[in-house]
Write a new protein. Structure first.
Length: 441
């Protein structure tokens, strides 16, 4: 008897599974929607079967929304929203149990949003649709954050923007929204604009950031973002944004660095000196700040030297070298700063070489003495530069500019074998090859 009972349940179970996958063609929407409801209710009672009942509910509701007798019924679309939102909550629960869980219907929240929206188009103020919209904000937000962390910035933007659209829809229908608090709404505007910027869609991002900027939203990142969204179209307007941001948040490093980069691009050297010194006070262990200030003094040195202001030029030369070396003290393998010290000497040697060559035709005793003095200075400057270029070559044997400098210095020292070695290495690098081993190791 037990065997017969077991066989009976086995047959019933098998029939149940087969009927769950019935061909729906020929069924009216009203009959099919009952099947969708049954499958969805079964899922809500038991979520341990991998979501099979939910998948069945989805299969049926996708059929129901296309049928003439149900497609204009708001209840149809509310059920569709509930079913697809079920995927969002189911996936989130499974992720807690298994971090490697692969989402089923990853766009469930977005499909649910469109379904609830359709229900409201058919019946304004539909309470179940409005409740559903309020509930899916959390799942869509989670999906957006997951997309952002995965580097899918446009996917994140679409999710975040939908949350703003849901808020607007709730307010149009007189319902409460999770974004009713001004702080929550403003934060949603910000992360939506940020996602678009991260996707490289500045034109899309600007309206969201503009709203926050216009209302003087209390967040320095908004001023930084607005500056970046404006700089390509209007330099003066962008600078005005930056100035306002710096006045409001004088200690914010993000704005400070944007300001430094802004003046670097415009080559406003005198302004940069002050800004960089302030930045160094804020981040004394940041080697790039010292190196950048060294570069500023390097430019001031070159400008003053060309103008014949020798004393000022020497002052800036020494300051440049000091700040480059300060950067190297913080980061001993900082090739940019190491190279820059070598280049400082190398470029000065090149200028003095021009002065030396101008004396080559003066065969007077005084002219010869000046020529020899300049020649000695050139040799000394190249000798000062050489150790820095050697160190860079040890750290990065594929640096093109370093190879050029080494080739020239050894040629000037009449060491043509070594010069030719660096010439060959340079040719390899320029042809796309990679040099595996440093010459000076």
């Amino acid at each position: 008897m037990r065997k017969l009972i077991f066989m009976f349940f086995t047959v019933v179970l098998a029939v149940g599974v087969i009927s769950a996958q019935d061909d729906l063609s020929g069924l009216t929407g009203k009959k099919a929607i009952k099947k969708a409801n049954r499958a969805f209710n079964t899922f809500k009672l038991n979520q341990t079967n991998g979501g099979d009942d939910l998948k069945e509910a989805r299969r049926v509701i996708d059929y129901v929304v296309k049928q003439d007798d149900t497609k204009e019924d708001p209840k149809t679309w509310v059920l569709m929203g509930d079913i697809y939102n079920g995927f969002s909550s189911f996936n989130q629960a499974q992720k807690v149990l298994n971090p490697d869980w692969e989402n089923i219907e990853p766009n469930g929240g977005m499909v649910a949003f469109q379904a609830y929206k359709k229900a409201l188009e058919l019946e304004a103020g539909n309470k179940n649709a409005l409740d559903g919209l309020s509930q899916i904000i959390g799942s869509i937000s989670t999906a957006g954050l997951d997309a952002y962390e995965a580097g899918d910035y446009m996917g994140a933007f679409n999710s975040f923007r939908s949350i703003l659209d849901i808020h607007d829809l709730l307010k149009e229908n007189g319902a409460a929204s999770p974004l009713d608090a001004e702080e929550e709404y403003d934060n949603q505007l910000y992360i939506t604009g940020l996602a678009a910027m991260s996707a490289g869609q500045n034109a899309t991002a600007k309206p969201f950031i503009q709203k926050l900027y216009d209302k003087q939203y209390d967040k320095p990142a908004v001023y930084d973002a607005m500056y970046k969204l404006t700089i390509d179209d209007d330099v003066d307007a962008a600078e005005d944004v930056l100035t306002k941001g710096r006045e409001k948040y004088p200690d914010d490093l993000g704005l400070l660095f944007s300001e430094i980069n802004h003046y670097l691009k415009l080559e406003k050297i005198e302004i940069l000196e002050e800004k960089l010194k302030f930045a160094i006070e804020k981040e004394p262990e940041n080697p790039s700040l010292y190196s950048t200030l060294g570069n500023v003094y390097d430019k001031l040195y070159q400008t003053n030297y060309k103008e014949g202001k020798t004393e000022e030029a020497d002052k800036y030369f020494n300051l440049s070298k000091k700040y480059y070396e300060d950067a190297i003290k913080i980061k001993p393998d900082y090739t940019d700063a190491i190279y820059s010290v070598g280049a400082l000497y190398y470029n000065k040697a090149a200028i003095v070489t021009e002065e030396m060559n101008a004396l080559a035709s003066d065969y007077s005793k005084e002219g010869t003495e000046k020529y020899n003095m300049k020649k000695a200075e050139v040799e000394s400057l190249f000798s000062e530069a050489l150790p820095y270029f050697k160190k860079v070559e040890k750290l990065d044997p594929n640096d093109r500019n370093t190879l050029i400098a080494l080739k020239e210095i050894f040629a000037r020292n009449n060491d043509f074998d070594t010069s030719n070695e660096f010439k060959m290495r340079l040719e390899k690098v320029e042809s796309g090859e990679t040099i595996e081993k440093s010459y000076f190791q």
